[in-house]
Design a protein. Structure first.
Length: 62
């Protein structure tokens, strides 16, 4: 079984800029109640969201 790798989200670091939402090619991220929500069913683990996050609130697990 292939396990999907979704980014980890640190709400404390998030600046709510929503750059990650706009860059996600799978539209797996949304902004709800002042938080980033990752739809793990849509996420393909590309890491684009983590690479664009200026606050490093999103990180890819190793």
């Amino acid at each position: 079984m292939n396990e999907k790798i979704a980014p980890k989200y640190d709400e404390q670091l998030c600046m709510q800029c929503q750059a990650c939402v706009g860059v996600c090619p799978q539209q797996a991220l949304s902004f709800l109640d002042d938080k980033i929500v990752v739809d793990e069913n849509k996420c393909v683990g590309c890491g684009m969201c983590a690479s664009i996050c200026p606050a490093k609130a999103l990180t890819m697990p190793e």
